[in-house]
Design a protein around this ligand. Sequence first.
Ligand SMILES: [Zn+2]
Ligand SMILES: [Zn+2]
Length: 343
Amino acid sequence: MVERGVVLSAPGRVALEEIRVEAPGQGEVLVRIEATGVCHSDLHVIEEDGWGHAFPVLLGHEGAGTVEVVGDGVDELAVGDRVVLGWKTACGECATCLRGEPRRCTRPPAAPGRLFRAGGDELTPLLRTGTFATHTVVPQDAAVQVPRELPAEQACLIGCAVATGVFSVLETAKVWEGARVAVIGCGAVGLSVIQGARLAGASEIRAIDLDERKLTQALRFGATHTEPARVDFVFDVVGRRATFEQALAMIGSNGTVVLIGLSPAGERAEVDLPALFGRRARILVSHGGDHLPQEDFPQLARWALDGKLDLAAMVTRTAPLEGWSDALDAMQHGDVIRTVLAP
Ligand SMILES: [Zn+2]
Ligand SMILES: [Zn+2]
């Protein structure tokens, strides 16, 4: 069987090509990818010339599949398990992990030296996962078992957009019951922020987006208003000057702005310091909602199976791996909430 993956081989050069996947090493697992969401970060990596990853890069980081081979020393997973891949696994050894903050780990483990182009060059899997592929290899802690009742095309969303959005609310910001919340940018992550705010018991959830279609969708996922107003928490899922400055302008006294969206290189914003001081404002940065895959993925899967989290409605298009390019276009034009590729 030919293994394939979508490879960014040089700045601006992306193609679906044959790849070679080696057996997993000590503590690693080989996963057959059954579904992978197409996320803005994939586009970011293409547009930002690899975003710090060494070329060639195997794209994709929001994947679910089945464990096909386990390496030596793997004790928590077995062949046949349904897993969601996590890009933010804690290493357990860095200073941040050792002081008891694994959610803020700065050195998530990877499984280097397992993925190659057909010609022999070693691939760098995007965010240590590389899921736009038929197979990938990850450390066992980065493959988190979830119930098979959850369809793979829904389960994969847990791996990035849903974990990021929901846990930006519950973990990074710790939104309290009754809080007033606003979300700027209502794509898959923004809709997940809305769902997280609903789970937190927010009294007001304001959806802000330039695209009318997204506002209509936001109302279906739990938004209560579509106009800006003073609130306790604003989540900037876009990360541009205009959205960040709007977020700062929308918080009331003791308000919090949470920056989630990846900004293009060089992006800057202006901050009115007396206003910031006067409001006792807090500015937080959310790296994927500070999620911890081993704890949070099973919880998100349970919420989905219990009907508390709507993943099904987020999957608005499915396509084979060949559809990766159309999927990126559709995302850029706001035509989809999520396209899920089935390798
Ligand atoms: Zn992502
Ligand atoms: Zn660590």
